[in-house]
Design a protein around this ligand. Sequence first.
Ligand code: 5GP
Ligand code: MN
Length: 335
Amino acid sequence: MKAIKEIFPLLSSPRKVVITTHQKPDADAMGSSLALYHFLTGFGHSVTVISPTNWAGWVDWMPGARLVLDYEKNRVKADAIMDDTDWLFCLDFNIFHRTKSMTDKLKDLACTKILIDHHQEPDSTSFTFGISDTSKSSTCEMIYDFIVDSGNADKLTMEINECIYAGVVADTGSFRFSSTHAGVHTLVADLKTRGLDHGKVHEKLFDNFLENRLRFTGNVLLNRMEVFYEYNTALVAIPKADLIKYQIKTGDSEGLVNFPLSIQGIKLVALVIDRDEERKWSFRSKGEFDCNTFARKYFEGGGHYNASGGRSSESLDEAVENFKKAMIENKNLLQ
Ligand code: 5GP
Ligand code: MN
């Protein structure tokens, strides 16, 4: 994989470009894709953003979100656009299988593939150009760097600034996680100097839900959370019946995994949701527990040191039992 800066000189010649990201894109995935979309469109490139799946309603406000193609709903059209593209940008993921049903398509494409991502263990051999940097707070921060480092800071429009800020806020837990290095605040200061209305973005991200989501959260914390003080661990297991009862849609469970971390002494939180196709895990830790290693070892997943995800193919009850075994095995690391 050649350094990302090697494509800077190529930006000025218009090309056909596809931008894609991981399945069920969150604010960082969608924000980085749309920020890059607006930036490249400004250069005269012909750009399409393709999401492997649908996304949460609370990223729909992002400028350009309505132009994004949902691969599951527009497969023929999206395949034709990808077959014809010169460049493929892969943002906020680093291995093709995180795009689920797009995996084989992405592998087979003969175009130039470019990676911009901040997760661990990238599949670098699959990309022609790229940057993979786990010290970055978010992919949105990396898109900001891409724009500024390529000498185009003057092209940071308000649309781009809002998308970037949203992803940075989301991936840093509102500037709380240890990934919030000094440069993140410098970035925000720059966006503010350029006129960003940060309050507007916070409102769109955090005060933009339906009543059912809040009641679902209440139900989960009251009825679905188990705390294992001996292991400084909390487990939240959400059965399918809850998803149906509260009419839960993509993205409605985002952030739920963070609540139990507010309990004094809790080091690890695991949340599992009984989805149709799999039991989907989220892991969060405080301090010295490596969620990435844990997810890779036990749940076919990965991510970051303090935030990761994974999957189980067994039933919810079996998946929960497997988690408890893994927790006990990790007793020394959790105390
Ligand atoms: P979340 O719990 O918010 O879904 O994911 C937390 C972090 O773990 C994110 O950075 C996400 O990219 C990563 N992650 C979530 N699920 C998986 C997975 O199945 N495989 C890998 N490699 N990473 C995941
Ligand atoms: Mn991210």
